[in-house]
Structure formats: structure tokens, C-alpha cells
Design a protein around this ligand. Structure first.
Ligand SMILES: [Zn+2]
Length: 183
């Protein structure tokens, strides 16, 4: 790497740089700091970065701030990553001409839009079209066979309804149809 023109000194194995008359570690050298920020930014805005952000969310602390128990995944991050990649491959096959980044439910393309931070530290507003992961049966945790890739809107609409609920709704629809036909 090109010399940045700072004096260098070692303290044990740690290299230190003389910046503005102070010995600092590499990560406090302005040029390195700027370069690292750019790398971080690029990663966060890459597909891998954004998918990993969603996966990391699944593996968040077992208890959230409001003390609600979060689901503890029964697989590893790399397994979830594989589920996403296989979903994309399957959708690509099913919908030739698409890039496979399609919601499992509505089949619309998902996005990775990141709103610029408003600097207030408040939670960013969700983007309905963004990539999301859903537990199909929301009474079961994240595990093989229960994870689908979808858009945020579909995930949100499905909410906390269970497979049992869906059957009840379908029966209700049929029943109402029968009633309407009789009248
Ligand atoms: Zn959708």
C-alpha cells in the first residue's frame, strides 16, 4: 500500500501513525477511516449486504426491547442464505426472463431500497416492496421448511394469521357464496 506520509511506530505488534502530533492506530487515520466507510457503504448497499441485514435481524437478540420473546432460529445464518439463493434460482426457472428476485406470495420483484438516515436515530420507515423473510406458519420458528422469501407488504398483510385461520377464511368464503346463491 502507498505510504500516506505519516510517521510510523510499533507498540507491541500494533502499528501506530503520527497524525496531528498524536500516535493513533490504523483505524483512526483519516485516509483509512474514509476508505473503510466507503467499503462499509458499498457492502450495505450491495445485495449481499441487504440480504444479510434481514438475516441478521432474524438472529437478533432473543428478547426485543419490549420483552417480547422473539423466535429462536433452528438453523444457521448460512442455511438461511442458502434458502434465499435457492429461492432466487427456483423463481428464475419458474419465471424465465426474470432475475428470480420475486416475492413468494405476489410474485412481484422485491427491492433493496435504503432510505437515507434522517439523522434523528429514529427507526427508518419501512419500504413495502423491500426484501423480507417470513415464517409461513407463524406459530413455528425459523427452520427448514418454514421460511419463505417475500416482499415486506405480503409479510405484513399475512401478519399473525395462522394456517388454521386461512382454512377458516376459505370455508367462510364458500359458506357466504352458498348463502348468496340461495337468496
Ligand atoms: Zn409480495
Amino acid at each position: 500500500m502507498k505510504s500516506l506520509g505519516y510517521k510510523i511506530q510499533y507498540k507491541g505488534n500494533t502499528r501506530r501513525y503520527l497524525v496531528n502530533d498524536r500516535w493513533v492506530t490504523r483505524r483512526n487515520v483519516p485516509e483509512y477511516r474514509k476508505a473503510q466507510k466507503e467499503v462499509d457503504y458499498k457492502y450495505l448497499n450491495s445485495e449481499r449486504g441487504k440480504i444479510m441485514e434481514v438475516i441478521t435481524g432474524i438472529f437478533g437478540r432473543p428478547y426485543s426491547n419490549n420483552n417480547r420473546v422473539k423466535w429462536i432460529p433452528e438453523l444457521e445464518k448460512k442455511d438461511v442464505w442458502l434458502i434465499v439463493m435457492n429461492h432466487i434460482a427456483r423463481m428464475k426457472e419458474k419465471f424465465p426472463g426474470s432475475n428470480g428476485r420475486l416475492c413468494f406470495f405476489c410474485k412481484k420483484p422485491w427491492t433493496y431500497i435504503r432510505r437515507p438516515s434522517n439523522g434523528t436515530g429514529r427507526k427508518q420507515q419501512v419500504i413495502n416492496t423491500n426484501f423480507s423473510m417470513d415464517r409461513l406458519d407463524c406459530e413455528q420458528t425459523y427452520k427448514k421448511g418454514n421460511i419463505v422469501c417475500c416482499c415486506f407488504a405480503c409479510n405484513d398483510r399475512k401478519g399473525s394469521s395462522t394456517p388454521k385461520d386461512w382454512r377458516v377464511y376459505i370455508e367462510a368464503e364458500k359458506e357466504l357464496k352458498r348463502i348468496n346463491e340461495m337468496e
